[in-house]
Ligand binder design. Structure first.
Ligand code: SAM
Length: 251
């Protein structure tokens, strides 16, 4: 793999200010809202959740949507640059949203109290490159949830990327017009994505290609029960078909 040594701290360098400034152009809040519909609010309401931790808030897309929908949300992220962008977006949109810098590996020390649900969305969990760190992060997620609380983690469909090559319909995620997002290098150890923006700017993110069954196993080992999986937001799906897979577990 080209570039720097791959560790789970690499995200701190990869989300450089000029990339963070363009993140909203990439994810396209309006297109994403259309693709997701009421999927997350529905799952949260069905489980009686009100207090939600968005643990990988990025620029605050889900935290803002859920706060607007009446949930009591804390927006957290390990990258200071992302946390300040979330605060800026929330203020611009007139949403009262507390924000907090917190790394998943030490989450329970950094965020206050117990939550009804924890979100780790936007393919974020695949920023962890060792099994120890994945296990530690899931233990921390479990620790900040009340008994019966929900963990919700999504990821790109790496099973399909590894087994069949990259192919995306851009229907649900990263719908930003004119942004070309595709993997430049693919191996069992890491997938390096290249994002090219209409102004010619190019950025990269390196992710661990987490397989669906592997994450389900890790969630179960961390004590989560009743693990449900959704492919592009549908419960019935073919393993290799969707672009993104969401897993929901109960603490
Ligand atoms: N959830 C947002 C979205 O869907 O637009 C952001 C997704 S972005 C791909 C992944 C986020 O995870 C980044 O904001 C990054 O800073 C954060 N992140 C990566 N590793 C982390 C860690 N170990 N602890 C906390 N945040 C982390």
């Amino acid at each position: 793999m080209a570039g720097k040594t791959i560790t789970s701290d690499l995200y701190q360098d990869e989300y450089e200010p000029s990339f963070v400034d363009k993140w909203d152009e990439l994810i396209d809040w309006e297109g994403r809202a259309k693709g997701e519909g009421d999927f997350y609010p529905r799952i949260l309401r069905d489980a009686g959740c009100t207090r939600v931790l968005d643990a990988a808030t990025g620029t605050g897309y889900h935290a803002v949507q859920l706060a607007k929908a009446g949930f009591d949300v804390l927006a957290a992220d390990g990258a200071a640059e992302m946390v300040s962008k979330t605060a800026e977006n929330a203020a611009r949109l007139g949403v009262d949203l507390p924000v907090q810098e917190a790394d998943w590996r030490t989450l329970a020390d950094d965020v206050p109290g117990e939550f009804d649900a924890l979100l780790c969305l936007g393919n974020a969990f695949t920023h962890l490159f060792t099994e120890d760190e994945r296990v530690r992060a899931l233990e921390q997620f479990h620790k900040v949830l009340r008994p019966g609380g929900l963990v919700i983690i999504d990821q790109r469909n790496y099973d399909s990327i590894l087994d069949e090559g990259f192919n995306t319909k851009h229907q649900y995620y990263y719908t930003g017009k004119g942004v070309d997002a595709r993997p430049e290098e693919i191996s069992d150890e890491a997938v390096r994505f290249r994002y090219q923006f209409p102004d010619g700017g190019v950025h990269h993110l390196t992710m661990y290609p987490l397989r669906q069954d592997y994450l389900t196993g890790l969630l179960a080992d961390a004590g989560f029960r009743n693990i449900r999986r959704f492919g592009d937001f549908k419960e019935a799906y073919q393993h290799h078909e969707p672009d993104f897979v969401v897993q929901v577990g109960t603490a």
